[in-house]
Design a protein around this ligand. Structure first.
Ligand SMILES: Cc1cc2nc3c(=O)[nH]c(=O)nc-3n(C[C@H](O)[C@H](O)[C@H](O)COP(=O)(O)OP(=O)(O)OC[C@H]3O[C@@H](n4cnc5c(N)ncnc54)[C@H](O)[C@@H]3O)c2cc1C
Length: 302
């Protein structure tokens, strides 16, 4: 069955890179994840659309992967197709409007904007996600979020229809967007920025980079903040005050540098991450009565 799909996919998508039984730990920031039946890197909107249509017609599940910086993929991997967007990476501008392919790294879009003296994306200069992942999550940092600068997106519906969705219809909230509910595949995001002075932009970026480097364990694999900010609290502080920093399950431990992060210190697996997350949630709930909700997404088979 897989062989038959492989041949059909290869003739349907001549411009895409198709790998079979591909280890996903190579593509995630946590370095975890079993294999994908099919790992398809698309280079065109047409191939992205045709992949979704083919999968729909053949009842094959599709998982979209951006830069893998907000995902824990379980050790059993992912059945069906994993569609990677990272080659949809073109960034262009017209006046103050920036058009970014969903696979462009939001860090690169932030730098592109700086190079063109456009302000508004400085907050994103250290977020390691793709544009598609950043829209999906309404990523944000240091007081800024995607919602502040996004105008609209071009996306494909699971049925293969290419649509434009304006910001208001995306219902962007704290780490939320309609993209999550509707299973859209984001192809491109359009941002409206403001003309500014390149030196000012750079100095904001320098300051934020310094803050990030001094507080976050960027030298080790992680998925960034594991938990959302609970109303009225900081997840990191609750975890720290529960004496959980350095607590390790398998090869994954609560970072000693930033309690909101869990770092893969010794060949940790998806199940190590899941077990540590559950443990931290239990301990914090017992001690403070606060339920920590995950920000990171856990997908795939055990
Ligand atoms: C060290 C570190 C620091 C971080 N700091 C921040 C931070 O400051 N602020 C913040 O908000 N986040 C932060 N993150 C988390 C992460 O970078 C963001 O959530 C980012 O937006 C995820 O993008 P991605 O491309 O890596 O998405 P992935 O991890 O690849 O995917 C995340 C979700 O988005 C979906 N997705 C990805 N691309 C698309 C697309 N084109 N269309 C539809 N769905 C898509 C996936 O299916 C998945 O469900 C950090 C992570 C790390 C590792």
């Amino acid at each position: 069955m897989l062989k038959q799909y492989e041949n059909e996919l290869k003739s349907l998508l001549p411009n895409s890179l198709i790998k079979v039984d591909e280890p996903l730990k190579n593509y995630t920031y946590t370095h975890t994840g079993g294999n994908a039946d099919f790992y398809i890197t698309v280079y065109t909107h047409e191939d992205a659309k045709n992949t979704l249509i083919f999968c729909k017609e053949n009842d094959i599940p599709v998982t979209i992967l951006g830069n893998g910086s907000n995902l824990i993929i379980r050790d059993g991997g992912i059945r069906g197709v994993v569609l990677n967007t990272l080659e949809l990476k073109e960034i262009t501008r017209e006046g103050n409007t920036v058009y970014a392919g969903s696979g462009a790294r939001i860090i690169d879009v932030s730098r592109f904007a700086r190079d063109h003296s456009l302000s508004g994306l400085e907050f994103a200069c250290g977020i390691p996600g793709s544009v598609g992942g950043a829209v999906y999550m309404n990523a944000g940092a240091y007081g800024g979020e995607i919602k502040d600068v996004l105008v609209e997106i071009i996306a494909v519906t699971p049925e293969g229809e290419i649509i434009t969705v304006g910001k208001d219809d995306l219902h962007l909230g704290y780490r939320k967007s309609v993209v999550q509910e509707n299973d859209y595949l984001v192809l491109q995001a359009i941002f409206e920025l403001e003309e500014s002075n390149q030196e000012n932009i750079q100095s904001v970026m320098d300051e934020l980079t310094h803050l990030r480097e001094s507080k976050q364990p960027l030298e080790l694999p992680s998925c960034g903040s594991v938990f959302q900010r609970p109303p009225g609290h900081f997840a990191g502080k609750l975890i720290q005050d529960s004496n959980l920093q350095g607590h390790r399950i398998g090869g994954v431990e609560v970072s000693k540098k930033h309690a909101g992060f869990m770092v893969n210190v010794d060949n940790g697996t998806g199940s190590d991450y899941e077990a540590l997350i559950a443990h931290v949630q239990d301990v914090v709930f017992d001690k403070f009565g606060v339920k920590l909700e995950r920000e990171v997404r856990i997908i795939g088979e055990k």
